[in-house]
Design a protein around this ligand. Sequence first.
Ligand code: SF4
Ligand code: SF4
Length: 397
Amino acid sequence: MSSSGPTRQLPLARSDSGPKEPFSPGSVARQLDYCTFCPKMCRHACPVSTASGRETYIPQVKMDRLNQLRLGHAKWTTESTDPLWACTGCRHCTMYCDHGNEPGLVLLTGRAAAVQHGVPHPALAGYSERFRAREQRLSAQLVSSFPDNLATEGDIGFWPGCDAIDKGIDDIAATLALFERVGLEAVKIVQAPQACAGYPLLAAGHGDLFRWHAGRVASSLRGFRKIAINCSACLYAMRSQYPAEGVNLRTEVVSLADLLAPAANNLACSLKKRSVYYHDPCYHARYNGVVEAPRRALGQLAEVREFGWNKNDTECCGGGGLLPKTMPLVADQMSKRRLAEVQATGGGMVVTSCATCAFMLKRNAPPSVEVANLATAMAQLSETPFTAPQTPMDEDS
Ligand code: SF4
Ligand code: SF4
């Protein structure tokens, strides 16, 4: 547990170490072999196994299972592949691995193989079609909700992410109000046929579709010099997975927190700052390097309190890896565990900087805990008014 900063250095992410690592067949085989014979050094770090209480979901067992499938020692069935889906890709195990193994990424190769063997997770049947239909519905919803704040080109664009359009439309309204307040009114929402960068396709085992989708997103963003992104998985996908798949994104991508942190100097707050907790999204902290910017933005308006597990050592809220679809009870339990710490100290406000984390934490928050995404929290703390448009809830969320 870390209270003041990273305790261990993470190994190179996929984008840093060349296009084929850690997905080359040799690298995957080596990592699977290391894990198979490992004395479970990272078992304490996996929030999925901890929240579920299942030994079959510790990283070593999940990797061993995939190794047995790879070597032909087990048959590809729904039952045998179940552990491959018990992962949010949070990368916490990698923090505690002396080999720098990446179970969260290697298990994605197992999911893709499961799909190829005709055994996708039962909850993800027909997922590619569902993803495409959701994209169409949410991009249309964005246009109808904010018709005066859209652009297909410009210096800086704003990418809300699908979960914000679907379940956090008030947060998009808050972001636009903040832009207006701090002199960023030229920043418009990116108008595109896509609402999501495509990470769920990768997590569902549809690598080819992900590559195709990434190419279309890159094309939609071409008119912008820079994009500020409200979703930690979208930023991760664009920054790390697009280049790994050979998709050339010419647009610079940053987190929304990176854009808001310097602008927050222009916001005033009451003399006595409210105390709020900050939850690090695991993809921001352990893949994207977005750790200090949200704290700087929030710190202008509030006293930032830390969770016991924080920064590079943060604990996942359960929203990654499509876990809310494949194992919804476990995913919810992960959020509840995360918030129990705040509840135990009497409750309070928890702020995060990812639309998916905000949704997961909100739906699992006890009455004493208020959850807000960064822009909404900043608007509330600086008394910046905003009004959310009315939208229907997405059913395939
Ligand atoms: S990721 Fe590292 S520590 Fe964890 S089981 Fe594999 S080899 Fe062991
Ligand atoms: S990436 Fe996260 S969820 Fe997946 S095995 Fe590692 S610790 Fe568990």
